[in-house]
Design a protein around this ligand. Structure first.
Ligand code: UGA
Length: 443
């Protein structure tokens, strides 16, 4: 099928390459010429495992092109909206500028029978408004909502082998036809057994924001338990393991630590609250304010713990920060808890040295005043305190005995509960973590 993808950022670039790998002819359209040029050369503008290979092989087939020229989408019969919906400056609500602009570009090339498919994360009600706009300009075209659930670091497999596909369709005329068109796009995935659910436009939009809100709530729940463990002397990792064995609860997304960051969960729960307020349903989501507050408190707690460990002041202390990205296997530093802690410590007078396998270019753009080094060894050299803030495998697998020879004082704070406390203590380190006992268990 001939497909256009509007917006070639994280979501759009991966979606475009994946659709081409399924055999479709794909044109990716973006307004940023440098982004288009890089993608056309087969260069991924972000770090994503498996994506550069997929991109290059799709380009080699000739079925994938990138352009800034909207007219190139005129031949396509399915047009995906994959642009970002960042948080509005100084507000909780989502900025719809890009979604609106992409829709206006698409309606300029629509033909009867075309299908517009929204994938961006949008405030509920957007799809209905855009469906009206599509049919106002081209009554023979339709719009569906097909939210994406991809995680950074797993973007390719999440796109090609998702847990489920959700189709939001406007009830009434031509609903079955539009479902059949999108089934054609995803035919091989459906044949491989990926489940799909068809619902109305509104529910489809809500599925996405509800899923991210649930994940954020799960993380903040375990971090609230970490606060309790700190106050009462319990261990949140043991608690998470034990409650996670209950199949109704499950162990995933119960890793306590510095909390969630990135370009999705934080801004999505805020936009969801803002939209609920507009709909007069703000009480229904007031718990998300607490979810957000618990999450932000973890960062403050980490800085406090560092101060405590340094005997009351971090001024002038040499601190090694391992990790800057919001999670491992990503170079994304948007709302990164790790970088936010590093920056706070620097602002409060510590001498902070940050390292990260992938995120230094992005992190140094955001916080040019922080000192960045390439390797963990360089960061550890002469450190009086070590903070592990992103659970990259290379930090999790550090040899505590070797690391001890590099630092001035063997004190480590595990912001992601990712190190083995016994191994670090046995090697002579003072080990502390969020939500865990500050000494070995009595048993
Ligand atoms: C999230 C969702 O997981 C995707 O399903 C969704 O499609 C995406 O947002 C989006 O809306 O585009 P992502 O932001 O890539 O994906 O990252 P996650 O893997 O969800 O992690 C988010 C944050 O939670 C990270 O900072 C991670 O360190 C933190 N986290 C995760 C925890 O603190 N504890 C956990 O147990 C799990």
């Amino acid at each position: 099928m001939k497909i256009s993808v509007f917006g070639c950022g994280y979501l759009g670039a991966v979606h475009a390459a994946c659709m081409a790998s399924l055999g479709h002819e794909v044109v990716g359209v973006d307004v940023i010429p440098e982004q288009v040029a890089a993608l056309s050369r087969g260069e991924a503008p972000f770090h994503e495992p498996g994506f550069p290979e997929l991109l290059r092989s799709a380009l080699d087939t000739g079925r994938l092109v990138f352009t800034t020229d909207v007219a190139a989408a005129a031949d396509a019969v399915v047009h995906f909206i994959c642009v970002g919906t960042p948080q509005r400056r100084g507000e909780n609500a989502a900025d719809m500028t890009y979604v609106n602009a992409a829709t206006e570009s698409i309606v300029g090339v629509l033909k009867p029978g075309d299908l517009v498919v929204g994938k961006s994360t949008v405030p509920v009600g957007t799809a209905t408004r855009l469906a009206d706009r599509v049919q106002e300009v081209e009554p023979g075209a339709r719009l569906m909502w097909n939210p994406e659930f991809l995680r950074e670091g797993h973007a390719v497999s999440d796109t090609l082998e998702p847990d489920r596909l959700v189709y939001g369709v406007r009830t009434g005329d031509a609903a079955a036809d539009t479902v059949a068109v999108l089934d054609g796009v995803y035919a091989s995935m459906l044949a491989a057994g990926v489940p799909r659910r068809v619902t109305d436009l509104t529910t489809a939009e809500l599925v996405k924001t509800a899923a991210n809100s649930f994940l954020a709530t799960k993380i903040s729940f375990i971090n609230a338990m970490a606060e309790l463990c700190e106050a009462a002397g319990g261990d949140v990792t043991e608690l998470a393991d034990a409650i996670g064995m209950d199949k109704r609860i499950g162990r995933s997304f119960l890793n306590a630590g510095l909390g969630f960051g990135g370009g999705c969960l934080p801004k999505d729960i805020r936009a969801f609250m803002a939209r609920a307020g507009e709909l007069g349903a703000d009480q229904a989501l007031s718990f998300l304010r607490e979810v957000d507050a618990i999450n932000m408190r973890r960062r403050v707690r980490m800085v406090d713990l560092a101060r405590e460990e340094c005997g009351g002041s971090i001024v002038g202390r040499r601190v090694a920060v391992l990790g800057a990205s919001f999670k491992p296997h990503s170079d994304d530093v948007r709302d990164s808890p790790a970088l936010s802690v590093a920056a706070q410590m620097q602002l409060q007078g510590a001498s902070v040295v940050v390292t990260d396998p992938w995120a230094i270019p992005n992190a140094s753009k955001k916080w040019p005043d922080l000192q960045f080094v390439e390797t963990a060894e360089e960061a550890l050299a002469g450190a009086e305190l070590v903070l592990v803030l992103t659970e990259w495998p290379e930090y999790v697998e550090l040899d505590p005995a070797a690391a001890k020879t590099m630092v001035t004082t063997a004190r480590v704070l595990d912001g992601r509960n990712c190190l083995d406390p016994e191994a670090w203590r046995a090697a002579g380190w003072r080990y502390r973590a969020l939500g865990r006992r500050d000494a070995p268990a009595a048993v």
